[in-house]
Ligand binder design. Sequence first.
Ligand code: PRX
Length: 656
Amino acid sequence: MSTIDSVLKETRLFPPSDDFRRRALVPSLDAYHALCEQADDHYLSFWGDLAREQISWKKPFSRVLDDSNAPFFKWFDDGLLNVSYNCLDRHLAQHGNKLAIIFEADDGAVTRVTYAELHRRVCQFANGLKAQGIKRGDRVVVYMPMSIEAVVAMQACARIGAIHSVVFGGFSAKSVQERIQDAGAVAVITANEGLRGGKSVPLKAVIDEALGLGGCESIQRVVVFQRTNGGASDWQEGRDIWWHKLTEGQPEQCEPEWMNAEDPLFILYTSGSTGKPKGIQHSTAGYLLGAINSFRMVFDYKPNDVFWCTADVGWITGHSYVCYGPLGNAATQVIFEGVPTYPDAHRFWQMIEKHKVTIFYTAPTAIRSLIKLGADFPNQHDLSSLRLLGTVGEPINPEAWIWYHEVVGKGRCPIVDTWWQTETGSVMIAPLPGAVATKPGSCTLPLPGVIADIVDESGAPVEPGKGGMLVIKKPFPSLVRTIWGDPERFKKTYFPEEFNGKYYLAGDSANRDEHGYFWIMGRIDDVLNVSGHRLGTMEIESALVANPLVAEAAVVGKPHEIKGEAVVAFVVLKGQRPTGEDAKKIADQLKSWVAHEIGKIAQPDDIRFGDNLPKTRSGKIMRRLLRAIARGEEITQDTSTLENPAILTQLQEGIR
Ligand code: PRX
């Protein structure tokens, strides 16, 4: 990749108000720079001190970083701790009666649990898991709706040292099966059904289907939380057990399993540039430190805050800023079962008003979809409790940023645009809201202790305004430790030879402006970002070619007003190229097929049929041409290496 020229248009600057600044943890740019300097000059003691201050250790560590086997870094590796102890037990004396979770169900029913109550539930469930033979090091798949129980399940796994692998409830049976197999999971924790937007979402039925696909013999137990009255018809005695039976009579105390700092805390699968999702493996102590510290810094956390992150626990954001970061800080948070537009588009704003939310963290795609419905909805609510807003998962376009700032934040609330990834475990680049003035569309500056840069292919930093590859130049505590079962892929993907195996390659392109602010430009690999969710084009292609009708498929992204990016598939069928009604029928069939193979989130918006795909003489699909066609752009690129130029006209004609 040669450096990409970037055009910077956004020049508006939004400094925090004096009032916000005065109360902030890091109250000025100078204070931010001082922290960065301290971190740069004394990197290990910077992180070591934070780890001692913010984590309660059973046995303290004696060494901060072991980099002797880079890039398999070890942090705090002879320390002993338990994550659930850090999220619950240590708060009990002071905050036992403080609200941990305000849960609002799809139908509006609200359940509140204190830290003491959450601790009790986690202990009982952890004891229940142990009674079923689930033990330290076992992998447990969690396939749950947004609920208090989802958090209890994750915390209980952490308590007994089992490694959870949460799979987003929208993924298909096949995706669940693949993840169970790859992780060699011994148990699944699920619910009979979920409830979203007034409709029930099958969960246990998907698990039954996944296990029925075969190859999941490692699974011994399926624990089922009863959320509704339906959805549990195919009950298998001996394998399936209700959540309430599992916890019945279990003691309310459960001694935490003391884990080594480097023991895996969880695996979370994410898409990469091959057909197979990667099991991102996070550590116990380093990850926890990242979640706790970034929560405190980025959200400028105060003990009386009411925090609401709208992400599902199936994604990394739901791990770090629902399950671990807020609880690690003894914060009060809102968890929401439903969707922003049910029963109508008042929902988010109503909830902010009702629960007096002070910090609201959501995805640009949600903001864009609410903008479409108009400012009338937020304007009818008292949003004065809000003091800080955040975004995550994808670039936010300046228009959406300004709307968020003015209509939701009433011009009072700083917006933290947080750049990070499943792999980084916690926020890496974001404005510290009392210190860094924001610019719409920029995630601004790295957190202290994060050494980020933008480099060219040789690893040399690019000059301001020039695009390049976003890298992190020093190991940091919450970074992915390996890809589950595939350390070679880990090394090749994230610490490539081109940079002497020294830099973490994020997979994003970015540029920096004259203030050193980072602007994320997009992925440099074949990964799409649809509604803030990562999707590998190869995964969708593999799903398509698994259909008996399909001979070949190529998947690219095209810009989408709400989702950010939408999936477009170019397909060659085994038989004749369909046209007219036939084409429409088969396209619909293939869309449902992808939804069934991977999940609805991967369903193409658009499928086009060709007799062939544009290829070079050596047989390589020319994706850049497909991208141009998908966007409806004129093809100005060089097509001289193309084997079959006529195909371009055919594919262009197929545009609907
Ligand atoms: O391309 C970047 C984009 O999302 C990718 C990471 O996706 P995932 O692992 O699913 O984690 C999403 C939640 C942290 C990144 O490589 N991305 C994430 N945050 C931003 C972003 N792009 C622009 N701005 C952001 N704030």
